[in-house]
Design a protein around this ligand. Sequence first.
Ligand SMILES: *Cc1c(COP(=O)(O)O)cnc(C)c1O
Length: 437
Amino acid sequence: MTQAAIPHTSNTSSTSATFKNLTCKECGAEYELQPIHVCEFCFGPLEVTYDYDALRRHVTRETIQSGPNSIWRYRSFLPVATDNPIDVGTGMTPLVKSHRLARRLGLKNLYIKNDAVNMPTLSFKDRVVSVALTRARELGFSTVSCASTGNLANSTAAIAAHAGLDCCVFIPADLEAGKVLGTLIYNPTVMAVQGNYDQVNRLCCEVANTHGWGFVNINLRPYYSEGSKTLGFEVAEQLGWQLPDHIVSPLASGSLFTKIYKGFQEFVKTGLVADKAVRFSGAQAEGCSPIAQAFREGRDFVTPVKPSTIAKSIAIGNPADGIYALEIAQKTNGNIESVTDAEIVEGMKLLAETEGIFTETAGGTTIAVLKKLVEAGKINPDETTVAYITGNGLKTQEAVQGYIGEPLTIEPKLDSFERALERAHTLDRLEWQQVLV
Ligand SMILES: *Cc1c(COP(=O)(O)O)cnc(C)c1O
């Protein structure tokens, strides 16, 4: 296979750049900071490495806190050279101390990291795309693209529009209406592929080889994936420059999970937080749980599956970073669990009813797995536990349609209201009686 015609690729390094090269995660071979993602020798994935001595000397809690109120306060830990990154207010989402959900589950120190309200497209993907498109621009790409399970398409289309980059995204044809509309509004070219995500991804690998486009999660993947570290950095900063004891996060390709880990390690390595053993637990939907299956069977390899679940945003049957996620869960004494679609819907409702946060199916998966782990005694009630909510429920409305209440339709008259209220109370009482028997 011939390498695509790649646009101008000088590293445009500025003196403040602290990222050094790309290193193969398997064999350690080093590469220049090009738009490449696999090792020529062993086909292992490439990862960005930094000059940690320079970071330790130059970055302090104060320099970070005096930076922008976005992911770019951690710019020294991100693989871009420019002093003018694409900043659309991504990041610094709330870390909410949970009271009602925590009590319901029997936990004392539960926090919700709420990326359902991330900017601009209400999912954690805005983090990875802000970094990838900033790097794409630096590398000279004028057209950006992605293989998406939905949220990535929203984010790539929106941030490309903001940056004035041409955009063509690829999605499976059967995505939720909100995800498709939430992409089309930015007016990119949208390819709805008749196949599942893994087939979309395979097609995109071929397109990346034949067109000189910057695919955020293919040829730009080493840069893109670094954006997820900010979900580790922010939690550490928001906990008062401390690491939590336990995190629970959803797993699709496994990238987010491994990068939260890398983020925590980098903060330890550069002296920004004290070292601590953090347990890493991952959440998958039963209808697409190749990493959970491998964990359950104590394997060190992941067998691909064909996805079938309502949690489409995390339905990746052949997860690129699956083995690394598996390894982290195993070595940190964490867990990887899966839950049914019915449990995912219950998880979405539970989070909404107790915390006022409407998350999408991926967040429902995380909450349902959190509950399952607590019930199995695998989360200690005293542990400081952070549950990562990565997307917004307004985008996957069909998942809960038919499983939630209905409005009480009334006439614009007081007595009509009073009668409806009485009926509602009676229904409540009946529900309680059912719970009690
Ligand atoms: C993409 C996505 C994830 C997980 O992504 P990884 O491929 O594991 O990095 C989790 N939640 C939501 C809502 C997503 O869109």
